[in-house]
Design a protein around this ligand. Sequence first.
Ligand SMILES: [Mn+2]
Length: 373
Amino acid sequence: MKFLHIADLHLGAQIHEFSMLEEQRYILMEIERMAKIYRVDAVLIAGDIYDRSIPSVEAVALFDAFISGLHCPVCIISGNHDSAQRMQFGARIMEKQKVYVQGTLKKPLYHADFKDRYGTVEVWMLPFVRPETARALGYSGTSYQDAVDFMLEDMPEPGENRRVLMAHQYVVKDETADKAENDLNIGGLDQIRVSSFEGFDYVALGHIHGASRIGKNMVCYSGSPLKYSFSEAQQTKCALLVELKKKGDVTVKELPLEPYRDWREIKGPLEKLISLEVVSQNDPNDYIRAILTDDEVYDAVGQLRSVYPNLMRIDFDNARTRSEGGAQGAKELPKLESLDKLFAQFYEEQMGRELSEEDNEIVAKILKEGGSL
Ligand SMILES: [Mn+2]
């Protein structure tokens, strides 16, 4: 069996007030093309289909066109950005057309079976697990780790069948989880040990936006198909082509995805950055983060935008910011958003990952109560 593993589409995302919809349409067509070229038996989408729990009509139409255009079975789980209940709509009807959706948490897990010349491949589907949603199914603890283990316990024996799991969590090596447990300064509330996923021939993960393999087994993040932040500017985005032959024989290949508009960081004095020499080196239509080294500039946004129409943000790295301890005085573009969004952005920049649902609740509570816990 051969399938494409993708995740974190975040359809409908707006970043620094730029809509990603056209890039998303383009990249989904690329994925559709790959599915055809490699004649895959299925496409697995490991959560965060949409960027918001109530996606825009454009985002829904785009996803509809995508899964209709694939002409092969599709397996879909919900991520933390999706609404589990809305994703679940029509699931058991679409199943008849080989579109397998699991939006809500269910125990035992839902699975779809695929046959090939070596036998059966079971694709088990675990949507994003929050401790509080697992509690509705009989879980009595408070941790993400135990909630995921609870969801995976009592699985029937696989026998001869090969087994794939789809999940959308923050999965780390066991050593990393140990460190976080011993050091309260490292946030690790939502970390899941990779050893929780033993017994699967392949685990198709979503949640982390860079492609990576966790640990020694085949537990892989495909990453997002597009860059969604400057912390991802250096990443090569890809879809994973996974092939399962006889039990124990799994190969994974990264298929690079080229966006039609890239994300780039440029650094230097303003005058140099807008000079013909620098501008003509790369596509000026890319999404740009400019890091200015000038001490003083006039109308940097206007001047930069005149040559880089998709300028997203400006930061400074000059005498002032260096004296402030090296932190680059971040100047977000365009104007300031609401306080909770601002904090979420700040957190992501500092920590390199999103706030968890639980963190979000705490932040919302603090903001609501005017700063006291
Ligand atoms: Mn996610």
